[in-house]
Every structure is written in C-alpha cells, then in structure tokens.
Design a protein around this ligand. Structure first.
Ligand SMILES: [Zn+2]
Length: 247
C-alpha cells in the first residue's frame, strides 16, 4: 500500500501525455501546402483529412484547430507530399467526425462535382432528398472543414451568382475562373427557368449547368421548355445531373 501511495508523487516523463494522446488518435498532424489560394494548412488524423485552413502562422493555426476540433495537432513536414496531393484532387479519405449526418450527405454529394463544373445549392438539396433545405445546404457548405479537398467552391446560387465561401466570396470567384468556369455564361444559362438542354445526338436531357462539364458546340444545343417537352422527344434524364422525370 505504501508503494501505491508513493505512486502519487511520481511525475510522468516530459512528453508522456502527448505520446498517449497520439496513441489514442487524439493528436493530428499538419503541413503547410501550396494551393490555388496560396499556402494553406492541411491537417489529417489516422482516418483522413480533417481540415484545410488559412492562418497567419503555425501558432495561430494550432490554436484555431484546437478551438474548432478540440484536438491537438502537430507539424509533420514529411506529410506535405500526400497532403498536397489530396488538395490537388487526388482521392483521399476525409475525416468528417465533427459533422452531423446532414452535413456529411451534403459534403458527399459536393465531393463528386467534377472540376470546371458548378451545381446550384438547390441541386444539392434535391440530390440528398431534402429539396426544401436549400439554405441549410448553404450553411453546411460554408462550414465545410476541408475546402478544396471537398470542392464547395463549385456550388453556386440558383441565379448563377457565387454565394458564400469558407475563405470568402472573392476567392470563390478566382477558383472558378482558375477552372475555366465562365460565370457570365453560367448566369445566362441559369436565368432561364424550367429549361432543359440536350446535345444534338444525346439520348438524355440535362439541367443547363451540366453542360459546363462537357465539350459542345453552342449551335448543336436543343432546348426544351419543361420536362414534358424533353420527354416527348424520347429523351431520358441525364445520369449525371439527374433532372426530374416527366410525370
Ligand atoms: Zn446532365
């Protein structure tokens, strides 16, 4: 018993707590990586990418990370390569443990939006089966913990205007321009209500914004006013942008 009493006075060696936390997966790792937005801090846990953040310096990032995720994070320059590749779009696991099921659903759909393509907030809401939740989709995307890895900058308002961005609206515009998205063209297309497009030889009809993803000649586009008209031409809904079926 005396021996147990004295244990109370034994101090853990320096670094002991950190080593235990690391074993428990409570210490994440980060590196400073280059991105189209300049240098950003990218962090990961054992389960995947946890955060992409801008910060004035390492100390500010570590503090902001702890504040937002409640975990310690330590710099690991040897992870710069893989974390940079995840930023550049290489398939990487993401750790969204702080997100609720709604946010995860929004982020899962957003992750599949190809480069150079946009989708409206309302489209995401329909895709996750919650067509009335457009505003909540916007909020979920504004809180995206891993911008660029999950390209929330490709989601815009239904009138084709940009909307908010985790790193500020001006950076959203420049990211889209960097992907050759013509925002004027997007606005023009999306201003037409209830119009569906199809290419000359296509067997399916699309939302007009879907066309940004594939090469087409403007003169070969067929426009349909309403789904019934597209359906009357024997066309089926596009498997990528999922426009509604004719009733
Ligand atoms: Zn389509």
């Amino acid at each position: 018993l005396n021996d147990l009493e004295t244990l109370r006075e034994v101090r853990a060696p320096a670094g002991f707590v950190d080593a235990v936390l690391r074993r428990c997966g409570l210490v994440d790792r980060y590196a400073l990586c280059e991105s189209p937005l300049g240098s950003v801090y990218v962090a990961a846990s054992d389960d995947g990418i946890t955060a992409v953040m801008q910060a004035a310096d390492d100390a500010a990032f570590v503090a902001a990370y702890r504040e937002r995720f409640g975990r310690k994070v330590e710099r690991r320059d040897d992870l710069r390569g893989p974390l940079s590749r995840a930023l550049a779009g290489e398939d990487a696991r993401v750790d969204l443990r702080g997100c609720n099921p709604f946010q995860r659903a929004v982020l899962d759909v957003t992750r599949r939006i190809p480069e150079g393509t946009i989708r409206p907030y309302a489209w995401i809401a329909r895709e996750i089966g919650k067509p009335g939740a457009v505003r909540a989709v916007g909020t979920a995307l504004a809180k995206n913990p891993v911008p660029l890895v999950i390209p929330c900058h490709r989601v815009v308002r239904s009138d084709g205007s940009c909307g908010e961005y985790a790193f500020g609206a001006p950076l959203k515009v420049s990211l889209l321009q960097g992907e050759n998205v013509d925002l004027g063209e997007v606005r023009a297309r999306m201003s037409e209500r209830d119009v569906f497009w199809s290419g000359e030889d296509d067997e399916s009809y699309c939302y007009p914004f879907c066309f940004a993803a594939r090469p087409f000649r403007p003169e070969s586009i067929r426009k349909f006013h309403g789904i019934a008209e597209a359906h009357a031409h024997g066309l089926t809904p596009c498997p990528t942008c999922h426009p509604p079926l004719a009733a």
